[in-house]
Design a protein around this ligand. Structure first.
Ligand code: ZN
Length: 102
């Protein structure tokens, strides 16, 4: 197995995994449930890590992940109608349904 990605943000590791899976690359996540033991073991050992099973796919996996990491992260935005803070990826206010301003 070859480690191709790691992040303390498990949802990012999950997104990286689905990206590789959608390209037919088999993956394995180590420390997926690490957050439940945070504080009991050294931090570095519980960082979720994404591995690929087939070493021949390493180069392709790294290319895919490079484009994944270069995606701009969307900033949180404030709803103009009700004033709620909305998480960046959402295009609609969770509170009142107002669409994100263009
Ligand atoms: Zn709103």
């Amino acid at each position: 197995m070859i480690k191709v990605y790691e992040s303390f943000n498990i949802s990012q590791v999950g997104q990286a995994e689905s990206l590789l899976n959608s390209e037919g690359i088999e993956t394995f996540i180590r420390n997926e449930f690490a957050s439940s033991v945070m504080g009991e073991v050294p931090f570095v050992e519980v960082c979720p890590q994404l591995f690929i099973l087939n070493a021949a796919e390493e180069e392709r996996a790294r290319e895919l992940l490079a484009s994944f990491e270069n995606q701009p992260t969307q900033a949180d935005w404030q709803c103009g109608q009700c004033g709620s803070e909305v998480d960046g990826p959402f295009g609609q206010c969770w509170s009142c349904g107002q669409l994100r301003p263009a």
